[in-house]
Design a protein around this ligand. Structure first.
Ligand code: DP6
Length: 334
């Protein structure tokens, strides 16, 4: 049996958002989501089952972690150990090529890469849907990062499913990373609080299914405008629902609002550009690939923007050959 393996997974951005759980214990989502896997945001994870170690350890970008990420990683590793019928503890080393825990979905790529690498290191062979299900139990958005291109995770589903290849729609996602304020509330506790206290939560859940169907139909019809409109409606409904929670949950900052305005201005000047925000202040803008340089420059000039990353659609997560050292880009260039 091989005891060491590495895997690479791309992050993903939900065009139609997941926010709320149908089953907290099993981490099943209350609403369907639709995502785009991103080539430019990658996590590379190495797992080594070490007979001399008496605990699992987790290191990300050189820092040893503790707390929730470790608890979740250990639970995932326990699943793999039980499938492989081993007891051995693991040393996990992970590298993100983008800021960790900043609302740029590092847990999505992180747990997808961990599930793949841990299974490969333990000699467990699973179909992609079972890997996706394993990743989902750690963090639901990670279920989608197992696949490339455009991916769906239906409400209450065990696993995500790929919808269309990265090349299907000629788009780019422009990520405008803003200055980070005080540490944001994590998505798990944020969504549980929203679910418990927001008077708009039932309305959010009721609106999610039709929005998802609209976005999926627009995607399949290659209708960027319709897809972008559904995408904006989804993020705005999610943030409205969070704002009404008690205590109110507001991830949006001055720079977030300025970026939304800039996107609207670009649109009124004829550029098909659409925004979306997750559990952080950053703004991600969906555009056709031909417009990406122009939109990147416009977003970079907005006050409070620290960094702009242009990403094309990414490929599926995969195990790396033992000789591979560097985190090669895993998708279509923007
Ligand atoms: C706003 O997948 O991080 O990014 O399942 O509790 O780990 P857990 O939550 P997580 O939530 C992601 C929320 C989101 C929207 C999305 O990615 O669909």
């Amino acid at each position: 049996m091989t005891h060491v393996a590495s895997a690479l997974a791309c992050s993903n951005i939900a065009l139609v958002k997941y926010w709320g759980k149908a089953d907290v214990e099993r981490n099943l989502t209350a609403v369907p989501s639709l995502s785009l896997t991103l080539a430019a945001l990658t996590t590379r994870t190495r797992v080594e089952f070490d007979p001399n170690s008496n605990e699992d350890t987790l290191e990300i970008n050189g820092s040893v972690l503790d707390g929730t990420p470790v608890t979740r990683a250990v639970r995932l590793l326990d699943e793999v150990r039980s499938l492989a019928r081993i007891q051995t503890r693991a040393r996990v080393t992970s590298f993100n090529d983008f800021p960790t825990a900043s609302g740029l979905a590092s847990s999505a790529s992180g747990f997808a890469a961990l599930a793949l690498a841990a299974c490969a290191a333990a000699g467990v062979e699973l179909p992609p849907s079972a890997t996706s299900s394993m990743a989902r139990r750690a963090s639901a958005s990670a279920a989608r990062s197992v696949f490339g291109g455009f991916v769906e995770l239906l409400a209450g589903a065990e696993a995500a499913q790929p919808l269309v290849d990265p090349e299907y729609l000629d788009v780019a996602m422009i990520i405008a990373a803003t200055t980070l304020g005080p540490k944001a509330v994590g998505s798990t506790s944020g969504m549980l609080n929203t679910q418990r206290t927001s008077p708009y939560y039932p309305a959010w859940v009721a609106s999610a299914e039709p929005l998802f169907r609209e976005a999926k139909a627009a995607l399949l019809a290659k209708d960027l405008e319709r897809l972008g409109e559904a995408m904006e409606a989804s993020t705005l409904a999610m943030h409205a629902c969070m704002l009404a929670a008690r205590p109110s949950l507001c991830y949006l900052r001055d720079s977030t609002l300025s970026l939304m305005e800039e996107v609207r201005r670009l649109r009124s000047s004829g550029v098909a550009a659409f925004f979306t925000m997750d559990a952080g202040p950053h703004v991600k803008v969906l555009v056709s690939r031909a417009d990406s340089a122009r939109v990147r420059d416009a977003l970079a000039a907005v006050p409070g923007v620290e960094r702009v990353i242009v990403s094309g659609p990414g490929a599926a997560a995969h195990v790396l050959a033992p000789s591979v050292d560097g985190p090669a880009r895993a998708g279509v260039a923007p």
